[in-house]
Design a protein around this ligand. Structure first.
Ligand code: GLU
Length: 298
């Protein structure tokens, strides 16, 4: 384990950042305790963020329930709680900044368009899928002329914004030598945002992508140790790139294992994971959950 000699070690701020699109399950509880213990072991602070940027999936009843569940588990955090839905303007400002830097472009492609193109240029399309983000964007709209962009927009075509990732990397590299982020357990990691291709910065409905909002939120909440599941390790490459472009400080990262249920499946809404409230209704206590997750009761 790489221990930083940084004197801020004892003032670490970690965060738990659930998406209120369903009830919390044991996987969330594990992640929340991991973040809380990471802060506590360094006499630091835990903050909470409600990642409710996606209005189509997030409901207020889940937000209320998650605060209630976390409190029932005995977790506490430093207020204020940050709710993404209250910071739309901040995300839009960042989109404008990237636009002014000439680093994003409108993309009119549908999912189907992208898959068709990917299938056309590759015999093994599954190789083009990375990090659960879908296929690597084949760059269809990247070199569209501004006249063509304007025509499409004027005729009512919906569009997302994508980052021209290679251009962004060149820009950052031209200004600084160091191009790595820090994994608390494994040390310096060479940043490789190119593996994701041109990813989405703002969606067709105008909302900022998860990647854009998360780096803005972490900086705004002064998070200096991001703890999260191993499934989000790879996206750190693009979060690092966005931090550099937006001149935000890069936190350190620590990843935890993904909790598996008795069938060896990941706890997830789509696997019908039992919610914390169901366990609570069955008479399971917070202490039992904490012990079961492998954390000490302190
Ligand atoms: N909101 C994400 C989730 O519920 C977590 C994102 C993160 O930790 O960066 O899975």
């Amino acid at each position: 384990m790489v221990l930083s000699s940084n004197s801020q070690n004892n003032q670490v701020i970690t965060r738990f950042a659930p998406t209120p699109s369903g009830y919390l399950h044991l996987g969330h509880a594990y992640s929340a305790f991991f973040a809380e213990r990471a802060a506590r072991s360094r006499e630091g602070t835990l903050v909470l963020r409600i990642e409710n940027n996606d209005k189509t999936r997030c409901l207020e009843k889940y937000e209320k329930a998650l605060v209630d569940d976390l409190t029932w588990l005995g977790l506490s955090w430093k207020n204020p709680v940050r709710r993404q839905s209250e910071y739309t303007q901040d995300y839009l400002k960042a989109v404008s900044k990237l636009k002014d830097m000439g680093l994003i472009y409108p993309c009119f492609c549908s999912r189907k368009d992208i898959w068709n193109k990917v299938n056309l240029i590759s015999n093994a399309p599954h190789n083009a899928v990375i990090g659960g983000l879908g296929p690597i964007y084949p760059g269809t709209c990247r070199s569209m002329t501004s006249d063509e962009q304007e025509n499409r927009i004027l005729s009512g075509h919906q569009y997302a914004f994508r980052l021209d990732t290679m251009r962004a990397i060149r820009l950052v590299k031209s200004k600084q030598e160091c191009f790595h982020w820090e994994d608390l357990d494994y040390g310096k990691q060479a940043a490789k945002p190119e593996i994701f291709g041109d990813f989405i910065i703002a969606r067709k409905d105008g909302a900022a992508s998860y990647h854009l909002s998360v780096v803005i939120d972490d900086a705004a909440q002064r998070v200096d140790l991001v703890t999260r599941g191993d499934d989000l390790r790879d996206v750190t490459h693009i979060h690092f790139l966005l931090q550099k472009l937006l001149e935000l400080k890069s936190p350190r990262y620590q990843f935890h294992r993904l909790l598996l249920d008795s069938n060896g499946e990941r706890y997830a809404k789509r696997n019908n994971a039992q919610s914390l409230r169901e366990l609570r209704n069955q008479g399971i206590t917070p202490a039992q959950i904490i012990k079961n997750l492998g954390f000490s009761l302190l």
